[in-house]
Design a protein around this ligand. Structure first.
Ligand code: C2E
Ligand code: CA
Ligand code: CA
Length: 716
């Protein structure tokens, strides 16, 4: 095809019908062809003897400038870099008596470089001597440029293919590789693309962990032509499993039949692991690793679904630690966290594999017991659980007594969805707490009544302050030796319309949980100071009024200012105010509490440790704290005359208090026998029904007046 046909011999170019003007034909061709026809000598500079008119268009030189090298030789036009190669190619062809075909560059008159294709043939004289070359030179710059672009594109795409970080593949629908790039080999753990292609002969089974996944991939491709972000688990060469994401499309023949699939693969293992971790974190409690509130709902739902099928009971067991808040607030979060971990371990140890233990939040755990046959089985588990939790806990050498309150609800009796069952179990748990803690309670419909009462109470409590429903009662404190009233404890009462006087035990914990204790505590401080100041101004014997502080108030930043403001507003000397803190609270988180106590003490008020003997005391703390009084808890005083243990404890507290230079007050003094015992053992001050119940301010005033009238004492 690329054979150059030598010019037609003029004589043979005739037809039978019409005479052919061969000269005219050749002129037409030579003037109109885009290429240049030439004849040149076989000499060093290819001296042109003839060039067609196209010479000007091709080279920018007129034919007469080139012919006989008039202005420039064709050799000179040929780009120096190409001359030798062109010469060699032509020589070789001429020697063989063949036509030649060579591509090279010329420099046009205007300086532009052009690619040309030259085809030619040697012409010999009668003796066989080579005299001329005749041929045709044609501009192929456009084709060369297109070729160059094509090459560049191929280079670029193959570089993309070779160096891509994404794996790239072509596979047959049946599951064999046609093509794979190095990245794919790397992702799948093969040494090279060839290794991968030879090794993986059955993609569905050798590569995919679940062959169904490959089937799904093929199905989607066949139905939609493309798949996007298709994620699967695959085996690497070493057997390890990774997650990949594929994007692929179908490549079809012109007749529409599937030729192959091609697409890309990225390793998304890390992201999947991260997602799984996030999902785990979203459904598990970070401290204990137990399922959290949201996963708990799923657990209950599944348990219900299963119970529906097999007719068993499901028990939702709500476990709430007793006094956890106190431990957490006073001992610090680290101890609180360790305690929660311990409880979580103990709970897990009480249940079987198919039951679940979840953390509902704070100190609340929920256990879902499945496959229960009757209530007795549930009771057995719950009793085991109470027993396990009540084992003493030793942390950093300190021993703590633990207990929890448990509420139980059952599917199907008490509800048929997670929220309902949880609500019922929660209500039952409240009942257990109310009936003395460290116990369990099953849900009963009446409990709803109790719950709504509590809610109602909480609501009314929110308005009690503005509606001025709180009262302060005072209970005198008597000096043992003189029998005189030297102080009084301010005790709050709630005069709730329709309910009468409500004692503090029924609402202080609600006030603490809701934060209402802060404004209520402030109010009683102001009220007690105001009242005491009034009494003094009325000329009654000056006494010291003590006010109880909740741990919540103690943690609140504004406490010291609040006390100072109460004193200032009432115009009361600080020595006539005492603040009471319960022992269990005082004895822990010592550093922080000490700082707060010191700043209170700096105001000039007294500080008493309340309910002494019930907490976990540490002598060293007591010594360091700026404490003025110990108040022996009334539970020890009650049986002081009959229970030798209690008697011993009270004697020890009195001795201890005195050794530390503190005054000792006994609470709950109800009988003359109590009084005698305490007097004998050197107790300093007494408080209790034996002298007076807590009474409203007016009655307290009467007691104070009488005391002034009868300085011998108030006993009787
Ligand atoms: P507490 O600080 O230990 O107060 C002494 C409690 O013992 C008072 O109960 C008092 O009425 C009672 N009591 C006094 N003498 C006797 C007796 O001879 N025998 C018996 N069995 N009990 C006696 P009350 O007033 O019901 O207060 C209960 C608790 O409520 C107080 O215990 C205190 O912890 C708390 N509380 C009272 N008022 C306030 C307050 O204003 N703020 C705070 N945060 N807590 C308060
Ligand atoms: Ca008290
Ligand atoms: Ca007390």
């Amino acid at each position: 095809m690329n054979r150059w046909a030598p010019p037609l011999p003029a004589k043979s170019a005739r037809t039978h019908d019409a005479p052919l003007d061969i000269t005219r034909l050749l002129t037409t061709i030579t003037t109109n062809l885009v290429g240049m026809i030439y004849r040149c000598r076989v000499d060093a500079c290819w001296t042109m003897e003839y060039v067609s008119d196209c010479c000007l268009r091709l080279t920018g030189y007129r034919p007469d400038e080139i012919v006989f090298n008039n202005r420039i030789s064709y050799e000179q036009i040929t780009l120096p870099d190409d001359r030798e190669r062109v010469g060699r190619a032509i020589d070789a062809a001429l020697k063989q008596n063949e036509t030649f075909e060579v591509e090279y560059r010329i420099q046009r008159a205007d300086g532009r470089v052009l690619w040309v294709l030259e085809r030619g043939v040697g012409i010999r004289d009668e003796t066989g001597r080579l005299v001329w070359i005749e041929g045709y030179i044609q501009d192929i710059s456009q084709r060369m440029a297109a070729n160059e672009m094509l090459h560049e594109a191929v280079r670029r795409y193959s570089s993309l293919f070779e160096h891509a970080t994404e794996g790239i593949f072509q596979t047959t629908p049946e599951g064999r590789y046609l093509n794979a790039n190095p990245a794919l080999a790397r992702i799948y753990g093969h040494a090279s693309p060839d290794d991968l292609i030879t090794y993986l002969q059955d993609i569905p089974r050798q590569l995919y962990v679940l062959p169904e996944r490959r089937a799904e991939f093929v199905r989607l491709l066949q139905e939609q032509g493309v798949v996007h972000n298709f994620e699967s688990q695959v085996y690497r060469r070493d057997g390890s499993i990774i997650w990949i994401s594929e994007n692929a499309r179908v490549v079809k023949d012109t007749d529409g039949s599937v030729q192959f699939f091609e697409g890309t693969v990225v390793d998304v293992t890390e992201r999947r692991l991260h997602d799984e971790k996030l999902e785990y974190q979203a459904s598990h409690d970070s401290l204990t690793g137990l399922p959290n509130r949201s996963l708990l709902r799923d657990c209950i739902e599944q348990a219900i679904a299963k119970a529906r099928r097999d007719g068993h009971l499901v028990a939702v067991v709500f476990v709430d630690l007793d006094h956890f808040k106190l431990i957490n607030d006073s001992l610090g979060h680290h101890v609180g966290d360790r305690l929660l971990l311990e409880v979580s371990d103990r709970l897990i140890a009480c249940v079987r594999g198919h039951d679940s233990v979840a953390r509902q939040g704070g100190d609340e755990f929920v256990i879902v017991l499945t496959e229960q046959n009757d209530e007795n089985e549930i009771i057995a588990v719950v009793s085991r659980l109470l027993e396990a939790i009540s084992q003493p806990w030793i942390d950093n050498g300190q021993e703590y007594g633990l207990s929890c309150s448990v509420g139980v609800s059952c599917y199907p009796r008490d509800g048929d969805d997670p929220d309902g069952l949880l609500r019922s179990a929660d209500a039952a748990m409240y009942k257990a707490k109310a009936s003395g803690r460290s116990t369990y309670h099953f849900y009963t419909p009446e409990l709803n009544q109790a719950i709504s009462e509590r809610l109602e109470l909480e609501n009314s409590l929110r308005h009690a302050l503005e509606r001025e429903e709180f009262r302060v009662y005072y209970q005198p404190r008597v000096d043992v030796s003189s029998g005189r009233i030297i102080g009084a404890e301010a005790l709050i009462r709630w005069d709730c319309p329709g309910k009468g006087i409500i004692p503090p035990d029924s609402f202080i914990s609600i006030a603490e949980e809701t934060g209402l204790i802060i404004p209520i505590g402030q109010w009683i401080l102001h009220e007690a100071c105001r009242q005491n100041s009034l009494w003094q101004r009325a000329g009654l014997p000056p006494i010291n009024v003590s006010v109880n502080l909740s741990p919540i108030q103690f943690r609140h930043a504004g406490l010291v200012q609040s006390v100072a403001a109460a004193l200032a507003q009432a115009g009361l000397d600080p020595t006539h105010l005492e603040l009471e803190l319960t022992e269990s609270f005082v004895m822990h988180d010592a550093e922080r509490i000490n700082v707060a106590m010191q700043s209170l003490k700096a105001l000039g008020v007294d500080i008493a440790v309340d309910d002494f003997g019930t907490g976990y005391s540490s002598l060293s703390y007591l010594k360091r704290f700026p404490v003025d009084r110990l108040k022996v808890d009334k539970s020890f005083v009650r049986d002081i005359d009959s229970d030798p243990d209690d008697a011993a404890i009270v004697r020890a507290i009195i001795t201890l208090g005195h050794a530390l230079g503190l005054k000792v007050v006994a609470e709950g003094v109800e009988t003359h026998a109590h009084l005698e015992f305490l007097r004998q053992h050197g107790c300093d001050e007494l408080q209790g029904y034996y002298f007076s119940r807590p009474v409203p301010a007016v009655e307290m005033e009467t007691l104070l007046r009488n005391a002034r009238a009868t300085p011998s004492g108030t006993t009787g």
